[in-house]
Design a protein. Structure first.
Lengths: 306, 354
């Protein structure tokens, strides 16, 4: 078991190392930040001064080594644009992302689980077809499109909800819905298939043979069993939601880490982009590692097979 | 209770005349259950035109190969069928009421309460997330409105009655903490918890090892005697049939090919399939004879020929068998066979339903 955890942990570190290399070099392909930080037509000397200030005049490999050494000290460097430590920016934005992800997750579960159950229990019925269409739309319609449609309907026509920003509970509704939409479809599909599997099991057959009413068979015997894989997926998805909301946060001007990443890219603010991507990557890698370990604890076959 | 115990005890030895005046507990009349594919193009007659009956306290053995319709027959009686399956014809008379015409909510009060069933896989038939006590007490709480505490007490007693040691602690445990034999006894306890009149056991011992099998069969018999239960025992083990059953129903390709009292069928099987089945079990009474396997494969149920389904494998088949399905022929009281050979000369004297 200890060996298994150690091995997984090394894999995780390797993934993060590869991620850091990739993001470090790719972000430098996007162009020269100095041109965005100076007036158009600035002198060569001004630009050179900026390069020197941010260390961009040194060889790439040296820059990378410096970046990595400070990363190990927990320092992600200074934002070019804000002139403050990236870590401070990140921590100030993270609570917004957490709030958005939590509400989006609630939406996705409140929509996904009941509709998945109905689709499984009434398989082949009208509601099953509605669910299938919903899942298809949820998985294929991009979230910015949903977001724009909602802004048009609820902000422009109806005037019920603020179209952007944050601060009140009303502000979180639309971005959370736009973000949760895709995940609702994913959760619905998994609930449906997991429920169908459980409904075909012998213990459900026995529950029916015992003469239990349908609602007890579904709500007691099937529901709990069907929920296990859904909650596992939801746990992983929550971490994804925190980190992949770039487009939704941009559309709704939501001040989370997705928006921070977007700003970083627009201003060629290399330390911000690197920091957000690596912290997000670390979060996702950590959750996957955790899931692997938990599964290994639960299922001895995984543990021994490794 | 004492009354039915008495009748069970006497059922094997009782003279025929006394046995026959008791009305049957369950009577299937021309029951047909078909699986229909979604487009309705493929029809599989999993149970086809089955007529049989069982009296209170009696044990009926149902034998046949895998896929011969035994389990579908059992599930039809309780009307817990897969969505593709439908009862297309016939009656299921239980204590005089036709179960086929009952609504689903009426059926709920039959299931578990008046007719209970034990499934074949004890490992899979208990819900892994609920305690044993919860699952045993559940039927009583639903059917008899028993209070939580009383149902729990009763669950402990039931576990004792199926010989589960230290049942007070066992009720609080989960299925994965039990052995296969224990789980099957627990399923048995669930079956008898509401004191049903009929218990259907679908190959309850196939997944148990031999010593546990013998124990379980003895337990089932004790339970049956104690509660005056009628028992339908689905198996492919003719040895068990010989030991446990009063009546025997032999199924082949969804049809009841031979039906009657066990001793009479064992002494004088009429249908070639029954003969072949009996020849394929080893005897231990000293008579050494060649064991014969049945040649060929069971037919494709979706493409049955118009003739007898067994014709292709039957050593005695003649031309008529291949073109026309034989009717169910009444041989003597309470005994039928579905074979042209059983039709007395001249053939038009056939009785029963074609």
């Amino acid at each position: 078991m200890r060996q298994f955890v150690l091995k997984r942990f090394c894999y995780s570190l390797l993934s993060l190392f590869l991620l850091s290399v990739t993001i470090f070099f790719f972000v430098r392909v996007t162009g020269d930040p100095a041109t965005l930080l100076t007036e158009p037509g600035a002198s060569e000397a001004d630009i050179a001064a900026i390069h020197q200030k941010f260390g961009l005049d040194r060889p790439l490999v040296v820059q990378y080594v410096l970046f990595m050494t400070s990363l190990f000290r927990g320092d992600l460097g200074q934002s070019f644009y804000y002139q403050t430590p990236v870590m401070d920016l990140y921590w100030s934005r993270l609570p917004h992302s957490l709030l958005l992800a939590a509400v989006a997750m609630a939406f996705s579960l409140i929509i996904g689980i009941p509709s998945g159950i109905i689709a499984a229990v009434r398989i082949g019925s009208f509601w099953d077809s509605v669910g299938k269409v919903f899942a298809l739309l949820g998985l294929s319609l991009p979230s910015f499109f949903i977001g724009l449609l909602m802004i048009l309907l609820f902000s422009v026509y109806l005037g019920w909800l603020p179209s952007s920003g944050s601060g009140t509970p009303l502000h979180v509704i639309m971005p959370a819905f736009a973000l949760g939409w895709y995940f609702a479809a994913a959760h619905m599909r998994l609930t449906r298939s997991s429920m169908l599997e459980v409904l075909g099991s012998e213990y459900i057959k026995l529950a029916r043979l015992k003469g239990l009413p349908q609602r007890l068979v579904i709500a007691k015997h099937a529901f709990k069993n069907a929920l296990i894989p859904v909650l596992t997926l939801a746990g992983i998805n929550l971490v994804l939601m925190i980190n992949v909301a770039v487009i939704v946060e941009t559309v709704f001007a939501w001040p989370g880490i997705g928006r921070l990443l977007y700003e970083g890219i627009s201003f060629r603010d290399f330390p911000v982009v690197q920091g957000v991507v690596i912290l997000g990557g670390a979060m996702i890698v950590a959750v996957n590692l955790l899931v692997d370990i938990v599964y290994a604890v639960i299922d001895p076959r995984i543990r021994l097979g490794s | 209770m004492s009354n039915s115990t008495l009748s069970y005890a006497s059922s094997k030895a009782a003279p025929r005349a006394i046995r026959d005046i008791r009305p049957p507990l369950l009577e299937l009349r021309n029951l047909s259950t078909h699986y229909v594919s979604q487009q309705g193009t493929r029809v599989v007659p999993a149970v086809d035109d089955v007529t049989l009956s069982i009296r209170p306290g009696e044990t009926l053995g149902v034998v046949g190969e895998s896929g011969s319709g035994k389990s579908t027959l059992a599930l039809s009686i309780l009307r817990v069928l897969p969505t593709a399956a439908r009862i297309v014809n016939g009656q299921i008379l239980f204590e005089g009421e036709d179960l086929v015409t009952k609504s689903d909510s009426e059926m709920r009060h039959v299931r578990g309460k008046r007719i209970a069933m034990i499934l074949q896989d004890p490992m899979a038939s208990l819900n892994p997330l609920f305690t044993i006590g919860n699952q045993v007490a559940e039927s009583m709480r639903v059917h008899e409105g028993t209070r939580r505490r009383a149902a729990w007490q009763r669950a402990i007693e039931l576990l004792k009655s199926v010989r589960i040691p230290s049942s007070e602690t066992r009720v609080t445990q989960f299925p994965h903490e039990m052995s296969g034999g224990m789980r099957q006894r627990i399923v048995g306890a669930i079956g008898i918890s509401c004191e049903p009149r009929l218990l259907i056991a679908d190959e309850p011992t196939t997944s148990l090892d031999l010593t546990i099998q013998a124990q379980y069969l003895a337990l089932l018999r004790d339970i049956q005697r104690e509660h005056g239960l009628a028992l339908i025992f689905i198996t492919h083990n003719l040895g068990i049939v010989a030991k446990m059953c009063d009546q025997l129903a032999v199924m082949y390709a969804g049809r009841l090919v031979e039906y009657g009292p066990v001793e009479r069928i064992f002494d004088n099987p009429v249908h070639p399939y029954t003969k072949a089945l009996l020849n394929s079990i080893p005897r231990i009474d000293g008579m050494r004879q060649r064991l014969t396997a049945i040649e060929g494969q069971p037919p494709d149920m979706a493409r049955l020929s118009p003739g007898c389904a067994f014709a292709a494998r039957c050593p005695m088949a003649f031309d008529r068998c291949r073109v026309e399905a034989p009717p169910s022929v009444a041989l003597e009281e309470n005994r039928t066979a579905r074979c042209w050979l059983a039709v007395p000369e001249p053939p038009r004297a056939a009785v029963g339903v074609a």
